[in-house]
Design a protein around this ligand. Structure first.
Ligand code: M6R
Length: 606
């Protein structure tokens, strides 16, 4: 995944283009580059994070421009270095292209272009695009791009400019997101909405196959056959400040502190009295009544949220909830029938595997209910029904507040499904009541930050961790282990506590601590026995349990308490603890938790 921005206007400043690019740094940060056309046509690229590019540009002195494109890269083809950084230029150094995605047939195209005399300088797949456009160029950049992209296989979002064309950028997408900013005297495009918020709240999401001409006073969109088309303008009500650090050292920390607010935003307006009101669900309500099974697809953290949903709905109803990781589902025999309901969970709404799973299920007649944070994202547009998380922009690569928002929405969705299927009793009312009170309790959990920090200090030098939990505690264990490994690079495995003795317990020794998710729930004594087993192998134990349960001190070296709640809601209550523990360890190790190595915020390629 990479980040693209483009601007067209008058007296634009290179600094502004770079500031916009920095809003996309979470999408890739191994090299960055810029091409702009003012008095001269200039291309400047640097290995490393955008700051290096920025400093290099500063040394060259401030510049104004009319047309500019910029890129932050997450390498797939060719190592991160100055040459492989985007933009790439053609043989005459007249056309510049930035690209997000993977050109699958780049080898064939490259051979063809070499036979035509084109000279390549990088190892990237992207470079074929610019030479292909050069090959097709007969004075009209739009036509040349259209002809070129028809020859590409794979995924792309591109922005293209020409040294002799001073008033436009041509953009195109298939499989990778691209958004245009609408109406304020500057032509704008970007990989997502965050860089656009400084200029406008009105945006257009390009669809697969679209080619757009972006000018300072407007835009035109064409389909692959060259027909002009209209696309819906979305209003984005995100606050630009929400995409800034607000004085915190890292976005991740700031976003963890926003957990309670993210939950408020996910719940607000969706609970009336002792009932859940999800008007968005209306088109599929009839299908959900009496439903026998629900399919769910998602990846990473969203998958762990899906597991919580499964435990929740299955504990209260006879409905089977089949949860699959999207990258598996998309290649399976899908077992989807006409009018099945498939829930797709994705904060970005752009995860390639989840989108393909959704398309597969739709081909088999399923109706798609998405739980998504980004309004207008591909998943949002391709779903029958979308329930927005309303978490606001999340910049840190690790999902934190969006996990909390996902859980919030999934509990509401679960409760609605439970109610539609004839189960509405004192217990479900209690769950809803506790859910609504949860944001306040999450503030209490966040106040434990100094204690969690101390614990992180104590445990930061271990090379392995085992997270365990049962029932609702298991997804928390999985998510805790994922957070730790993805930002601190410490090996962490997660198991159902009952699985320990089937193999993993062999790993335990004094150098392999166990992080036990052990709330006061109906399986507390079962989990307690597993913790005792682990301790008897001399493993250090951190217990994450319920306030007031002093017995945890007898079985654990360290204890973190969260307030009591309904047992189904502990995944929410415990989320800030597992997030902060991982965050502090990464920070103490001198790592940047906002930009973990080898990762990118949304995985738009397979
Ligand atoms: O945007 P999505 O929710 O579809 O993303 C899914 C995963 O890629 C994402 O949760 C990933 O696992 C994060 N690195 C978790 O912190």
């Amino acid at each position: 995944m990479c980040g693209i921005v483009g601007m067209v206007g008058e007296n634009l400043k290179v600094e502004d283009l770079v500031v916009s690019l920095q809003k996309l740094e979470y999408r890739g940060y191994d090299s960055a580059g810029i091409a702009f056309l003012g008095d001269e046509f200039e291309v400047f690229k640097k290995k490393g994070p955008i700051d290096i590019l920025k400093n290099g540009l500063k040394e060259k002195g401030s510049k104004g421009f009319l047309v500019g494109i910029a890129h932050t890269r997450w390498a797939t083809h060719g190592e991160p270095n100055d040459v492989n950084a985007h933009p790439h230029t053609d043989c005459r150094n007249e056309i510049a292209v930035v690209h997000n995605g993977i050109v699958e047939n780049f080898r064939e195209i490259k051979e063809y272009l070499i036979s035509k005399g084109h000279k390549f300088s990088s190892e990237t797949d992207t470079e074929v695009i610019v030479h292909l456009i050069e090959e097709e160029f007969e004075g009209d950049l739009l036509q040349a791009v259209m002809k070129a992209v028809r020859k590409l296989r794979g995924a792309y979002a591109i922005a293209v400019m020409h040294r002799k064309v001073k008033d436009l950028i041509v953009a195109a997408r298939r499989g990778s997101p691209l958004v245009l900013g609408v109406g304020n005297g500057v032509g704008l495009l970007a990989s997502d909405v965050t860089p656009l918020l400084r200029y406008t709240r009105n945006v257009v999401f390009l669809e697969d196959g679209d080619v757009a001409v972006v000018k300072k006073d407007g835009y035109e969109i064409y389909d692959m056959d060259g027909n002009k088309c209209e696309r819906k303008v979305y209003y984005i009500d995100w606050d630009e400040k929400a995409a800034e650090k607000g004085g915190h050292k890292h976005f991740m920390y700031k976003e963890i502190l926003e957990d309670p607010q993210a939950l408020v935003n996910a719940l607000v307006g969706r609970v009336k009295g002792d009932r859940v009101v999800l008007e968005e669900l209306e088109p599929v309500e009839d299908l959900l009544k009496g439903i026998k099974r629900i399919k769910v697809v998602s990846c990473g953290t969203s998958y762990y949220a899906a597991l919580v949903f499964k435990y929740f709905v299955e504990n209260f109803t006879d409905i089977d909830v089949d949860v699959d990781v999207s990258s598996e589902f998309r290649y399976k025999r899908p077992h989807v029938r006409e009018n099945d309901v498939l829930v797709a969970i994705s904060q970005s709404g752009e995860t390639a595997d989840t989108l393909e799973s959704v398309r597969l299920a739709k081909r088999h007649g399923a109706k798609i209910v998405s739980v998504v944070n980004v309004v207008g994202s591909t998943l949002d547009r391709e779903s029958n029904v979308s329930i927005y998380m309303n978490a606001g922009p999340e910049i840190g690569v690790a999902a934190t507040k969006t996990y909390v928002a996902e859980l919030g929405v999934l509990y509401l969705l679960g409760l609605k499904i439970i109610e539609l299927n004839g189960v509405w009793n004192e217990e479900t009312k209690t769950v809803l009541d506790r859910l609504v009170r949860m944001p306040e309790l999450l503030e209490n959990v966040l106040r434990k930050d100094p204690q969690i920090r101390e614990l992180s200090e104590k445990y930061k030098d271990y090379n392995h961790f085992m997270y365990i939990g049962r029932n609702y505690g298991y997804p928390t264990a999985l998510e805790g282990a994922l957070k730790l490994k993805e930002i601190s690079y410490i090996h962490a495995a997660a198991y159902q506590a009952g699985e320990l003795k089937h193999g993993p317990i062999a790993l335990l020794d004094p150098n392999f601590p166990v992080f036990a998710v052990i709330p006061d729930d109906s399986l507390f004594f079962k989990t307690k026995n597993n913790v005792i087993e682990a301790r008897s192998r001399n493993a250090k134990v951190i217990a994450l349990g319920t306030e007031g349960n002093k017995s945890l001190y007898e079985i654990a070296d360290d204890v973190i308490f969260v307030p009591p709640t309904h047992e189904s809601l502990y995944p929410l209550m415990m989320a800030p603890v597992i997030q902060l523990f991982a965050y502090h360890i990464a920070d103490m190790k001198g790592l940047d938790p906002d930009k973990p190595r080898n990762l990118a915020k949304s995985v738009t390629v397979e």
